[in-house]
Design a protein around this ligand. Sequence first.
Ligand SMILES: CC(C)(COP(=O)(O)OP(=O)(O)OC[C@H]1O[C@@H](n2cnc3c(N)ncnc32)[C@H](O)[C@@H]1OP(=O)(O)O)[C@@H](O)C(=O)NCCC(=O)NCCS
Length: 159
Amino acid sequence: MPDMLVRLYALPEGRASRLGPDVAIRRALAAERRIVVPWIEERFGTLWAGEAEAAFSSTPTRIHVALCKGELAGFACHDVTALGFFGPTGVDQALRGRGIGEALLLESLSAMRAAGYAYAIIGGVGPAEFYARAVGAVEIPDSTPGIYADMLPPEESGS
Ligand SMILES: CC(C)(COP(=O)(O)OP(=O)(O)OC[C@H]1O[C@@H](n2cnc3c(N)ncnc32)[C@H](O)[C@@H]1OP(=O)(O)O)[C@@H](O)C(=O)NCCC(=O)NCCS
């Protein structure tokens, strides 16, 4: 799971959005913390829920959400794992393939660019092809396990 580097000064501009009128992307509000974090824990586990909690600890928050017909559909964090890092991110399984993940990625990276970063790092990527195609991300050599070395594993439930 290597890290990837994104040039924020060369983000794709003017790409037609595939999102329908029923999908909205916006920064999460602090008041939504106890709704969003359990949603993430249920679908993506305790480690990502912990990172999402950290993303709610500043104003403005460092987490964007996607809403589909007013219901939570996905999320994307930044400046959580480390400063300058994008992630974690996830879209509800039933709603994947509709452009939501890409829209969340672009919105988060635009917020990072506005905050003054020239580059973003996508930490410990799973779908490298998704990031390469969406924002031209390139793999950082020798970045596995990177910042995640020696991280505690999630606790087994019931133990
Ligand atoms: C990765 C993820 C966020 C993508 O969300 P999504 O809403 O399905 O993505 P989009 O619909 O915006 O896809 C945009 C493009 O990337 C492609 N793509 C999506 N997921 C992909 C994957 N895992 N591998 C390769 N390509 C992928 C899509 O086919 C689409 O291509 P197209 O423009 O040619 O149609 C989603 O699959 C997810 O939640 N995965 C589980 C959690 C995860 O792995 N998060 C990333 C951790 S680094």
